[in-house]
Design a protein around this ligand. Sequence first.
Ligand code: 5GP
Ligand code: ZN
Length: 117
Amino acid sequence: MAGEPQDDCLFCKIVAGHIPATIVRETETTVAFQDINPQAPTHVLVIPRVHYGDIASLAVAEPAVAADLLHEAGEVAVQEKLESYRVVFNTGSGAGQTVWHAHAHVLGGRGLQWPPG
Ligand code: 5GP
Ligand code: ZN
């Protein structure tokens, strides 16, 4: 069923506590944890507890949870004391998506170029 945990999904395993992660924030609907391969001094992933393959699918099926994800991205920035930061949703392999469970990257703590390339 849509949103159900997937046995072969890395981020569902992190939500379930079956794979360790350095969790920085949790809510009823989201989990935020350090990226294992940080691209900036702060690089936190914010994911929904429910499983959807990307942010667009999540926003269509469960818009309130997509809003929670955005809210939590802002809360991570406050918690990490980021004045400037970037929230990224890589969507599709051509855009660099490698994990097929919706997630926001929150990046900050260094200068960020725009456009990113
Ligand atoms: P994507 O490329 O799909 O936008 O982002 C996936 C992110 O997940 C990457 O930045 C990658 O470093 C991170 N990642 C992949 N495997 C793990 C893991 O096992 N633990 C954590 N904390 N992050 C992971
Ligand atoms: Zn998943």
